[in-house]
Design a protein around this ligand. Structure first.
Ligand SMILES: [Zn+2]
Length: 333
């Protein structure tokens, strides 16, 4: 058993309370490798933004749980070295699907876990979530739960169709499970293809796909039922067209990739939405930078020469999200 407190990490309780009161959202960035982690920490240290480092089940299998734990501990020390006096860094399991996985993460130094029972029948979701909450809270680890189904693909999580969260269920669910935050479905979606072209309209000037707006009426109804309760949005990458263009013009093939417009996320961040998950955008930034180096310098074979530019591009992206979209800059001095 390793406590996250020994690693210098924090849970989400205080950061969410401050975010709701302050009208901003905490970035939840997924990471799988060193360059991504360096970029996240550099961006957060330079902007003094609290941050949630997310590890999916797939990332845990890819990078190894023990290594990830010490990478997170290293991230805290690296942040201090960069001059961030009191780094607020949470290590969070994204989309835990069993009690055993969540328990293992709690035991291994995670400060927060998500138990995603959203694909289960309602009562089973409650039962599973409650079991995880009861275990995690003994160690002061916070728990995110999910109600409603998001479309799209993320690691092992896959759903053809989305189902909006039913606001009439949220009080019962939050009360009976004791969860600390709730991921809801209001039209965001996992991956870089959040909407099919037929769900979108086309901008007559640019020919670009314009996605349908998020269901803010559902968010409003949830907030009315659970005033001040931390709400989470998954699948909130914006899929920047500049990255898609760089990828496609350097040998890639991402036709009709489409994300959530940043003005919609900016609006959500001002509400009780206090955690916004962004993964695909950093994958796009990384891939765009790597493809560019490969196209321009075909003789290059030192990984630092293409992972370095990828890291710089991700740092730029994370800072943009923190300052221009989430408003979390300067919230953790
Ligand atoms: Zn997700």
């Amino acid at each position: 058993m390793v406590s996250y407190k020994e690693l210098g990490l924090v849970n989400t309780r205080e950061m969410f309370a401050k975010a709701i009161n302050g009208g901003y959202a905490i970035p939840a960035f997924n990471f799988n490798n060193m360059e991504q982690l360096q970029a996240i920490i550099k961006a957060c240290a330079e902007t003094k933004s609290p941050v949630i480092l997310q590890v999916s089940k797939g990332a845990r299998n890819y990078a190894n749980q023990t290594l990830l734990r010490y990478m997170a501990q290293g991230a805290v020390e690296y942040a201090k070295e960069l001059g961030w006096e009191h780094p607020q860094i949470c290590l969070h399991l994204d989309h835990g699907d069993t009690f055993e996985l969540c328990k293992s993460c709690v035991d291994f130094g995670f400060s927060s876990v998500m138990i995603d029972g959203s694909s289960l029948p309602y009562e089973e979701n409650i039962e599973l979530t409650k079991k995880v909450v009861e275990y995690a809270h003994q160690f002061d680890v916070t728990v995110e739960a999910e109600l409603g189904v998001l479309a799209g693909v993320e690691d092992d999580v896959q759903a053809e169709e989305s189902h909006y969260t039913k606001p009439e269920e949220v009080i019962d669910f939050a009360t009976r499970t004791g969860c600390d935050s709730l991921a809801i479905s209001i039209g965001t979606s996992h991956g870089a293809y959040k909407f099919k072209p037929e769900q979108c309209t086309r901008d007559p000037k640019t020919g670009k796909l314009v996605p349908p707006p998020l269901a803010f009426d559902v968010l409003d109804a949830v907030m009315e039922k659970l005033p001040g309760f931390p709400i989470v949005l998954h699948g909130s990458s914006s899929v920047p067209q500049e990255y898609v263009d760089i990828i496609n013009s350097n040998g890639g093939n991402l036709p009709d990739a489409v994300g959530i417009p940043e003005d919609q996320l900016r609006k959500a961040a001002k509400s009780a939405v206090c955690k916004i998950n962004i993964d695909s955008d950093s994958r796009l930034a990384f891939t765009a930078a790597v493809r560019k180096v490969f196209a321009e310098k075909p003789g290059e074979f030192d990984p630092r020469k293409y992972c370095g530019p990828a890291r710089d591009e991700m740092t730029k992206l994370y800072k943009h999200k923190i300052i221009e979209v989430l408003g979390s800059n300067g919230k953790a001095e």
